[in-house]
Design a protein around this ligand. Structure first.
Ligand code: ZN
Length: 169
Protein backbone atom coordinates (compact mmCIF):
# COMPACT_ATOMS: atom_id res chain seq x y z
CA UNK A 1 0.00 0.00 0.00
CA UNK A 2 1.26 3.45 -0.72
CA UNK A 3 0.20 7.04 -0.34
CA UNK A 4 -0.17 8.75 -3.69
CA UNK A 5 0.57 12.36 -4.50
CA UNK A 6 -2.55 14.47 -4.92
CA UNK A 7 -2.25 16.93 -7.80
CA UNK A 8 -3.60 20.43 -7.31
CA UNK A 9 -5.00 23.29 -9.33
CA UNK A 10 -3.82 24.60 -11.82
CA UNK A 11 -2.46 21.21 -12.91
CA UNK A 12 -3.96 20.64 -16.39
CA UNK A 13 -4.55 16.97 -15.72
CA UNK A 14 -7.47 17.96 -13.49
CA UNK A 15 -9.21 19.13 -16.67
CA UNK A 16 -8.87 15.82 -18.43
CA UNK A 17 -11.96 13.67 -18.95
CA UNK A 18 -11.25 10.27 -17.44
CA UNK A 19 -11.50 7.15 -19.55
CA UNK A 20 -13.93 4.35 -18.72
CA UNK A 21 -12.37 1.43 -16.89
CA UNK A 22 -12.51 -1.73 -19.00
CA UNK A 23 -10.56 -4.20 -16.88
CA UNK A 24 -11.07 -4.68 -13.19
CA UNK A 25 -7.79 -6.41 -12.57
CA UNK A 26 -5.13 -6.61 -9.90
CA UNK A 27 -3.57 -3.30 -10.81
CA UNK A 28 -6.94 -1.54 -10.56
CA UNK A 29 -7.52 -3.11 -7.15
CA UNK A 30 -4.09 -1.91 -6.06
CA UNK A 31 -4.95 1.58 -7.28
CA UNK A 32 -8.24 1.49 -5.32
CA UNK A 33 -6.35 0.48 -2.16
CA UNK A 34 -3.79 3.22 -2.61
CA UNK A 35 -6.45 5.83 -3.36
CA UNK A 36 -8.35 4.78 -0.24
CA UNK A 37 -5.27 5.15 1.96
CA UNK A 38 -4.45 8.48 0.33
CA UNK A 39 -7.98 9.76 0.96
CA UNK A 40 -7.97 8.80 4.64
CA UNK A 41 -4.49 10.17 5.16
CA UNK A 42 -5.36 13.56 3.61
CA UNK A 43 -8.02 13.39 5.20
CA UNK A 44 -10.80 13.83 2.69
CA UNK A 45 -14.30 12.52 2.06
CA UNK A 46 -13.63 11.51 -1.52
CA UNK A 47 -10.95 11.07 -4.14
CA UNK A 48 -11.17 10.56 -7.90
CA UNK A 49 -8.34 8.79 -9.74
CA UNK A 50 -7.53 11.88 -11.81
CA UNK A 51 -6.62 13.63 -8.53
CA UNK A 52 -3.68 11.27 -8.26
CA UNK A 53 -2.90 11.81 -11.94
CA UNK A 54 -4.59 8.71 -13.34
CA UNK A 55 -7.27 9.31 -15.97
CA UNK A 56 -9.50 6.36 -15.11
CA UNK A 57 -13.18 6.83 -14.29
CA UNK A 58 -12.87 5.69 -10.71
CA UNK A 59 -13.58 7.22 -7.32
CA UNK A 60 -13.56 6.30 -3.65
CA UNK A 61 -15.41 8.05 -0.87
CA UNK A 62 -16.46 7.82 2.75
CA UNK A 63 -18.89 10.47 3.88
CA UNK A 64 -17.72 10.16 7.50
CA UNK A 65 -13.95 9.62 7.23
CA UNK A 66 -13.16 10.74 10.75
CA UNK A 67 -15.66 8.58 12.59
CA UNK A 68 -13.26 5.79 13.33
CA UNK A 69 -14.97 3.00 11.49
CA UNK A 70 -14.02 3.07 7.85
CA UNK A 71 -16.79 2.67 5.35
CA UNK A 72 -15.22 3.22 1.96
CA UNK A 73 -17.36 3.13 -1.15
CA UNK A 74 -15.88 2.46 -4.56
CA UNK A 75 -17.51 3.51 -7.81
CA UNK A 76 -16.17 2.62 -11.23
CA UNK A 77 -17.44 4.42 -14.35
CA UNK A 78 -19.98 6.40 -12.31
CA UNK A 79 -22.60 8.59 -13.95
CA UNK A 80 -25.31 10.84 -12.66
CA UNK A 81 -28.45 9.67 -14.44
CA UNK A 82 -30.85 12.15 -12.86
CA UNK A 83 -30.68 15.08 -10.49
CA UNK A 84 -33.45 17.02 -8.86
CA UNK A 85 -34.03 19.76 -6.35
CA UNK A 86 -31.50 22.34 -5.28
CA UNK A 87 -29.15 22.26 -2.33
CA UNK A 88 -26.55 24.78 -1.26
CA UNK A 89 -23.32 22.99 -0.49
CA UNK A 90 -21.82 25.28 2.12
CA UNK A 91 -18.08 25.78 2.27
CA UNK A 92 -17.34 23.10 -0.25
CA UNK A 93 -13.67 22.30 -0.58
CA UNK A 94 -11.42 19.95 -2.52
CA UNK A 95 -8.09 18.24 -1.87
CA UNK A 96 -6.99 19.48 -5.30
CA UNK A 97 -8.02 23.08 -4.60
CA UNK A 98 -6.16 23.78 -1.35
CA UNK A 99 -6.87 26.72 0.94
CA UNK A 100 -10.16 27.66 -0.64
CA UNK A 101 -13.79 27.02 0.15
CA UNK A 102 -17.00 28.29 -1.39
CA UNK A 103 -20.73 27.68 -1.45
CA UNK A 104 -21.84 25.67 -4.45
CA UNK A 105 -25.33 25.03 -5.80
CA UNK A 106 -25.89 21.32 -6.24
CA UNK A 107 -28.78 18.92 -6.84
CA UNK A 108 -30.51 17.83 -3.65
CA UNK A 109 -31.00 14.28 -4.91
CA UNK A 110 -29.23 12.25 -7.56
CA UNK A 111 -29.62 8.90 -9.21
CA UNK A 112 -26.21 7.35 -9.81
CA UNK A 113 -25.12 4.35 -11.85
CA UNK A 114 -21.75 2.66 -11.94
CA UNK A 115 -19.91 -0.48 -10.94
CA UNK A 116 -18.63 -1.54 -7.54
CA UNK A 117 -15.06 -2.75 -6.91
CA UNK A 118 -16.02 -6.25 -8.06
CA UNK A 119 -17.58 -5.00 -11.28
CA UNK A 120 -21.19 -5.51 -10.17
CA UNK A 121 -23.59 -2.92 -11.51
CA UNK A 122 -24.86 -0.42 -8.99
CA UNK A 123 -27.77 1.99 -9.32
CA UNK A 124 -28.88 4.00 -6.31
CA UNK A 125 -30.33 7.28 -5.15
CA UNK A 126 -28.55 9.59 -2.78
CA UNK A 127 -29.56 12.79 -1.07
CA UNK A 128 -28.13 15.41 1.29
CA UNK A 129 -24.41 15.30 1.93
CA UNK A 130 -24.06 11.93 0.20
CA UNK A 131 -25.48 13.47 -3.00
CA UNK A 132 -23.08 16.42 -2.74
CA UNK A 133 -20.03 14.20 -2.42
CA UNK A 134 -21.08 12.12 -5.42
CA UNK A 135 -21.65 15.22 -7.56
CA UNK A 136 -18.28 16.66 -6.55
CA UNK A 137 -16.36 13.43 -7.28
CA UNK A 138 -18.18 12.62 -10.52
CA UNK A 139 -17.41 16.19 -11.65
CA UNK A 140 -13.70 15.31 -11.32
CA UNK A 141 -14.17 12.43 -13.74
CA UNK A 142 -15.55 14.93 -16.23
CA UNK A 143 -12.69 17.40 -15.71
CA UNK A 144 -14.79 19.79 -13.66
CA UNK A 145 -13.80 21.42 -10.36
CA UNK A 146 -16.11 22.95 -7.78
CA UNK A 147 -14.65 26.38 -8.57
CA UNK A 148 -16.27 26.08 -12.02
CA UNK A 149 -19.64 26.32 -10.30
CA UNK A 150 -19.00 29.59 -8.44
CA UNK A 151 -19.14 33.19 -9.60
CA UNK A 152 -16.48 34.54 -11.93
CA UNK A 153 -15.52 37.08 -9.30
CA UNK A 154 -14.88 34.47 -6.63
CA UNK A 155 -13.02 32.26 -9.05
CA UNK A 156 -10.77 35.14 -10.07
CA UNK A 157 -10.05 35.77 -6.42
CA UNK A 158 -8.86 32.21 -6.02
CA UNK A 159 -6.82 32.28 -9.23
CA UNK A 160 -5.06 35.41 -8.05
CA UNK A 161 -4.32 33.75 -4.72
CA UNK A 162 -2.80 30.74 -6.52
CA UNK A 163 -0.71 32.92 -8.84
CA UNK A 164 0.70 34.78 -5.87
CA UNK A 165 1.60 31.55 -4.13
CA UNK A 166 3.24 30.12 -7.26
CA UNK A 167 5.31 33.26 -7.63
CA UNK A 168 6.57 33.00 -4.08
CA UNK A 169 7.47 29.32 -4.42
ZN1 ZN B 1 -12.40 17.45 -5.28
Amino acid sequence: MSILEIITYPDKLLRKISKPVVNIDGSLKQLIENMTETMYRAPGVGLAAIQVGIDKALLVYDIAPLEGKRCVQVLINPRIMEGEGEFLSENEGCLSVPDFKADVKRFARVLVEGLDAEGNPRRFEADGYHALVLQHEIDHINGTLFIDHISVLKRELYKRQVRKKLKKA
